[in-house]
Design a binder for this molecule. Structure first.
Ligand SMILES: Cc1cc2nc3c(=O)[nH]c(=O)nc-3n(C[C@H](O)[C@H](O)[C@H](O)COP(=O)(O)OP(=O)(O)OC[C@H]3O[C@@H](n4cnc5c(N)ncnc54)[C@H](O)[C@@H]3O)c2cc1C
Length: 325
């Protein structure tokens, strides 16, 4: 019989991603309700040292799948390795992060496990012994409640939405040797180009200052960057500013960009098109600065400033500097 709540933890360059602790703590909560155990799959090369940290977030057993073939993430190697250990252990529930990597991995894994999955969930509970997942639909216009009928019941959780509660100290670490057949893998990584900016990834950022077409051009972004620097925030952008070549694609927030859930999202010169809202409406607090009082962003904003951003943003920067100094 399928049992246990499992997660696939995510690590990069020898560090567990914050979202891994969020899904571990969520798995713990669900497992407590089901009176069962939490297990994690940790994939990579030279990663064993990371396993105990997962125990601190409620994981009872960490299956360490350590193999040189997993040094760099590829969909087929990671999906093959994860599917092997999951199939052997037959969990009832399997959670992953709805991060860039998690989305890629889970879509292949769900096929290999021949089950179903609720993606990008913002709430998960247990209902009548089953996983009940809540996720935004129609670009965030409404929420759907999903019960996956296959086994394991899979769900990917939106980063920055679930609390990473520490509640346990030590989990058992189990070495698992993957049966990876190099000749069966279709992907070979030739080169990895890393983001060297050192900034916190948008999906993990606590504060985001985003600029849209209202910024008028790339030469004006320093005012946003200065505010971001003072607040310890990451800079984001609307698609209009990315399409215009003012900002890199990796900065784009929205339906075809990144889905973000910071504590504070400051939208500067962004109208609030449905595709942009789809990426940021689960932010805890939204501040909009826009000179058009009828801009749709104000319908979603907790605080709105109707004025010229070129006047307001530097004033907010000065005020924030004073407050935080
Ligand atoms: C399939 C599809 C996918 C898409 N995916 C995305 C996505 O992922 N992310 C995304 O962002 N968009 C996406 N879009 C595009 C989206 O529909 C909008 O075109 C885009 O979000 C608009 O960007 P914007 O708000 O910066 O520009 P605009 O809509 O042009 O808004 C600019 C705003 O700036 C304000 N403004 C101008 N000057 C000032 C000033 N001096 N001070 C204050 N305010 C000022 C204006 O009042 C206006 O409200 C997608 C569209 C499609 C069709």
């Amino acid at each position: 019989m399928a049992q246990g709540v499992w997660i696939v933890a995510e690590q990069r360059d020898g560090t567990l991603r914050k979202v891994s602790f969020e899904i571990a703590a969520t798995a713990r909560r669900l497992a407590d309700e089901l009176e069962t155990e939490v297990s994690a799959v940790l994939l990579g090369s030279g990663i064993e040292g990371m396993a105990p940290e997962l125990g601190e977030y409620g994981v009872d057993r960490v299956f360490v799948v350590d193999d040189p073939g997993l040094e760099t993430y590829t969909t087929d190697a990671y999906a093959a390795a994860a599917a092997g250990v999951v199939k052997e252990n037959n969990p009832a529930i399997l959670l992953l992060a709805a991060s860039v990597q998690g989305k890629d991995l889970s879509s292949r894994l769900v096929g290999k496990l021949a089950t179903g999955m609720a993606t990008d969930c913002v709430e998960v509970t247990i209902d009548d012994g089953k996983l009940l997942a809540k996720r935004p639909m129609y670009a965030g216009k409404c929420y759907g409640e999903i019960v996956v009928s296959g086994s394991p019941q899979m769900a990917s959780l939106r980063p920055n939405v679930f609390p990473a509660v520490e509640n346990q100290k030590a989990g058992e670490v189990i070495q698992y040797a993957p049966a990876l057949k190099a000749e069966k893998l279709k992907t070979r990584v030739l080169e990895v180009q890393k983001d060297t900016s050192g900034k916190v990834d948008l999906t993990e950022a606590e504060i985001i200052v985003s600029g849209g077409r209202g910024m008028k051009g790339p030469e004006n972004y320093p005012i946003i960057e200065e505010l971001a620097e003072v607040l310890g925030a990451t800079v984001g952008a609307s698609r209009a500013s990315v399409d215009a070549g003012w900002r890199p694609q990796s900065d784009q927030v929205g339906q075809t960009g990144k889905i973000v859930s910071p504590n504070l999202y400051i939208a500067c010169g962004i109208s609030g098109a449905i595709q942009h809202l789809a990426g940021m409406s689960s932010s805890k607090y939204i501040v909009a600065i826009n000179k058009d009082p009828d801009a749709p962003i104000f319908a979603k904003a907790d605080y709105g400033i109707v004025d010229d951003l070129f006047k307001v943003v530097p004033e907010v920067t000065v005020a924030a500097k004073k407050l935080l100094s």
